[in-house]
Each structure stands twice: as structure tokens, then as C-alpha cells.
Write a protein that binds this ligand. Structure first.
Ligand code: AMP
Ligand code: GLY
Length: 447
């Protein structure tokens, strides 16, 4: 297979020796804090820059709060002027808008897919058609641009289904419908009321998959890949997976449902055909492929969705678990020189408990002082990643978002990591703080 031309272009740029690589992390949330924390430990890295970064990242990275992740011109200019040798893009929106293409055109090695490849996440219809073309297992689906045709289709279904707005709707735009009446309501909200704006000009209606949900991660250079690990996110607000969907209330890794047999199936049936298919179709996939999967009771995986970036909050436990040089791995992928025989070593287990603002994911207030951070981080194996904080006048931190902190702990088992994370989280206080009390319990129930 031909090496991706953009990878070649990036590859002839500069050859960074040990300790001389400048890495720019794009983004400023909990995921980017975790990536920065890990990148800063790399012997190859001279400095980490972040755009915009966050107050909490300042000890690890040179932050540029005036450069927002979505400002392609400003990010490109910063990378060029600062002699950045590797850009690591956190969120999906700048990728969908073509940030990686822009940076590669400037000869800057970039970890993240092109806009064309980012359609795997940005367009559910593209992803579904792609999976069909390549025989990748996923829920049966139909796409519609016409409300009446969509209504007629759901009228003929007699069971449950899932209705999704096409395009990026910030993780929302997915309605789990118990009946055709639910589906009709969802379709009218998405297509008629335009609840998710233009993302609702097209909908995908699919079968409701049963099983256990996991996130699986692989790093690709467009042609080859190296696997990371599986993690499980907790998307619902309340214990026992009840309440509203959120951006994620916690995560842990490894996910026990992904044993050796299931992992082999994920690689053979999903990851390998995806990387090969994207290359064959002329959009080689460079970056992290994050596959959201449902694993049924027979251990067969089906793809729920692709994401073209690291998960948040799954990245927090992944980075704490990961051993070895993240910068080296991402750089070789960005330059099209991944060694497929290399492998990543992992600590036993890690758990991340998210502390959220009162009222999240709906309305919440910000500006509440946070106490106990130092005491929490003094615990062995604990790192607190900041998702939504800012500095306050006394030099400490205050809340500045819905998800505020990801208290993350490493342990010799999921149970030990969970106990550490909760013990540390209990030391942190801010007005309205809440967290789920059952993060990782699914793994513990299994063992
Ligand atoms: P998505 O934005 O496609 O990841 O969907 C958000 C969430 O909805 C997923 O994480 C699943 O929990 C759920 N979901 C989406 N599609 C399906 C499906 N076909 N069957 C069951 N659950 C689904
Ligand atoms: N934690 C799920 C996501 O990042 O999309």
C-alpha cells in the first residue's frame, strides 16, 4: 500500500532528536490536561504548548489562552512561529473543519485525521455507508433527508429504534426510542424544530443494539496501527445508569468485557477493515481511532459510532495507566512511520471519577472556589485533571464548567483504583459538587 502523501509531506519536515520536540496540544479540557500531563513526561519533549490550554495546565505547558481551538488560522500561525514539531488535536470540531489538513500543508506533523477522514465521526451517514461498504458490523440503518419519508419508515417499524441527527451535535442528537410514537417525536424535534440546527437536515434511524458498551482505541499512521486499550465510560448522570446523558461522569480501564477473544474480534472485524478501507478510499486515517462498541452476550462487537479523537473522560484513566513514551508514539503516527510491531505497556487499572457542578448537564452556576485539591493529589497514584476550572483571586481554583474535575487513580486492580479515586475525590469540595458513586462497578460485578 502506498504511503499516504500527506504523511510523507509531514515526514520530510524536521527530524526531532531526543529532548528537542515541541508539541502543541489543541484544546483545554480534561482530556487535553491528561494528554499534556503524559506528553510532558516524554524524554523527546522539550516543551509542550497548549492552545488555549487552561490555568491548570500552566505548570506543564506554555498556554496560549488567546488562541482558541477552533481558530484554524491562529493555531496554524502559533505552530509555525513557535517551531512546533508535532501538533496533537484534542477535540473533533477543528478536525472536521480541516485543521490537520492546514497544518500538514505547512509541513507540520499533526496527530489527527484530515477533514475527509474526520467524517467518520462528523457524518453518521458517511460512517454508516462506510461500514456497509467494508462489511464492518453495525446496527442496520436508513438515512433520510425528508421528514415524511422518515415518518413513514418509523411507522412501519413495530419495535424500538434509535434516531440520530447527522453531523456533529456535541454528543447529543441521539434519541433512544421505545416505540414508533417516541421516534416520531424525535424526528419532528430534529428535522422540524431543528433542535440541533443544521445537524438535523439529515437523520439516521437504526436498530437498537443490546449488550455492554465499551470504547476501544487504536493509533494509526494511515496504513498501520498500534492498539491502545479498552475503557468504559459512564454517560448517564445518576448511579445505576439512570438520568440524563452527560459528556461522561467517569471512566475506567481496562474494560473486562474486552477479553482476548473479544479484542481479536474487534481488531479483525472493525479496526483493521476501517484503517484499510479509509486508505483504499483515498482518506488515510492518521490519528486515534476511538470505536464506540456494543458487545453482545455472545461476545460479538458491533460499532455504535466512530470518534476521530480521544474520549473524554476515558483519556484520563488511559493516560494514567499508560507506560512509555506517548509523544514518540503520536509523532511516529503523525509522520507515517508507525512500527506496527511496537506495543504499549499498561499499568494494571485506572479509574476516573468526574466531579460536576450542581445542575449539570442542564443549568449550573460557576465561580465556586474549590478546596482540597492539594490533599487529593498528595494521595499515592492520584492525579486530578481539570475539565472546567479557572484561577481565582487568591491563586487557587474555582469552578468554570459543568464537568469540573476528573479525579483519576491508578491501582493494582480496578477495585483498588476505584477506592483511591473516591478517597481522593472526598477531599475535594466546592458548592454543588456531585459525582456518581458507582463508577467502575460494572467491572467489579464481573470479577
Ligand atoms: P452516539 O452519539 O452515536 O454515540 O450515541 C450516543 C449513545 O447512544 C451511545 O453511547 C449509546 O449509549 C447509545 N446508542 C447509540 N446508538 C445505539 C444503538 N444503535 N443501539 C443502542 N444504543 C445506542
Ligand atoms: N466519552 C465519550 C466521548 O468522548 O465521546
Amino acid at each position: 500500500m502506498e504511503r499516504a502523501s500527506h504523511a510523507n509531506r509531514a515526514g520530510v519536515n524536521r527530524d526531532e532528536g531526543n529532548g528537542s520536540l515541541k508539541v502543541l496540544v489543541v484544546g483545554g479540557g480534561g482530556r487535553e490536561h491528561a494528554l499534556t500531563w503524559k506528553l510532558a513526561q516524554s524524554p523527546r519533549v522539550e516543551a509542550v504548548l497548549a492552545a488555549p490550554g487552561s490555568a491548570a495546565m500552566e505548570g506543564l505547558a506554555e498556554c496560549h489562552p488567546d488562541v482558541s481551538a477552533g481558530d484554524l488560522d491562529a493555531v496554524t500561525k502559533l505552530a509555525r512561529e513557535q517551531g512546533v514539531g508535532l501538533v496533537v488535536v484534542g477535540p473533533e470540531d477543528p478536525l472536521a473543519a480541516g485543521l490537520a489538513d492546514r497544518l500538514r500543508d505547512e509541513g507540520i506533523a499533526t496527530f489527527g485525521p484530515s477533514a475527509a477522514a474526520a467524517r467518520l465521526e462528523g457524518s453518521k451517514a458517511f460512517a454508516k455507508d462506510f461500514m456497509e461498504r467494508h462489511g464492518i458490523p453495525t446496527a442496520k440503518h436508513r438515512a433520510f433527508e425528508d421528514l415524511h419519508a422518515a415518518l413513514e419508515y418509523v411507522g412501519r417499524l413495530d419495535g424500538r429504534c434509535v434516531v440520530k441527527a447527522d453531523g456533529l451535535a456535541a454528543g447529543k442528537g441521539v434519541a433512544m426510542c421505545e416505540s414508533p410514537a417516541d421516534a416520531e417525536r424525535a424526528l419532528r424535534e430534529i428535522m422540524e424544530d431543528r433542535r440541533f440546527g443544521d445537524a438535523g437536515s439529515r437523520v439516521v434511524i437504526e436498530d437498537w443494539l443490546e449488550g455492554e458498551e465499551v470504547s476501544y482505541y487504536a493509533i494509526s499512521d494511515g496504513e498501520r496501527f498500534v492498539t491502545l486499550a479498552a475503557a468504559q465510560d459512564h454517560k448517564r448522570l445518576l448511579d445505576g445508569d439512570r438520568g440524563e446523558n452527560t459528556g461522561g461522569m467517569g471512566a475506567y480501564s481496562p474494560a473486562r468485557v474486552v477479553d482476548r477473544v473479544v479484542e481479536e474480534r474487534i481488531l479483525e472485524r472493525v479496526v483493521r477493515p476501517t484503517i484499510r478501507g479509509m486508505a483504499e478510499e483515498g482518506h488515510p486515517y492518521v490519528g486515534v481511532l476511538f470505536v464506540g462498541l456494543m458487545v453482545d452476550s455472545a461476545g460479538d462487537p458491533q460499532v455504535i459510532e466512530f470518534n476521530v479523537r480521544f474520549g473524554d473522560p476515558e483519556t484520563q484513566p488511559l493516560m494514567v495507566r499508560m507506560k512509555g513514551d506517548l509523544a514518540g508514539l503520536l509523532e511516529t503516527a503523525a509522520r507515517g512511520r508507525l512500527d506496527p510491531d511496537s506495543s504499549v505497556a499498561w499499568g494494571e487499572a485506572a479509574v476516573c471519577v468526574v466531579l460536576a457542578s450542581g445542575g449539570y448537564p442542564r443549568n449550573y452556576s460557576t465561580g465556586h472556589p474549590i478546596s482540597g485539591l492539594e490533599a487529593a493529589e498528595a494521595d499515592e497514584g492520584v492525579v486530578v485533571f481539570h475539565a472546567g476550572t479557572r484561577r481565582c483571586a487568591n491563586g487557587g481554583f474555582e469552578t468554570a464548567g459543568g464537568r469540573v474535575l476528573g479525579v483519576t487513580a491508578l491501582g493494582e486492580s480496578v477495585g483498588a483504583a476505584r477506592d483511591r479515586a473516591y478517597a481522593a475525590a472526598a477531599k475535594i469540595q466546592f458548592e454543588g459538587a456531585h459525582c456518581r458513586s458507582d463508577i467502575a462497578s460494572r467491572a467489579l460485578d464481573r470479577s
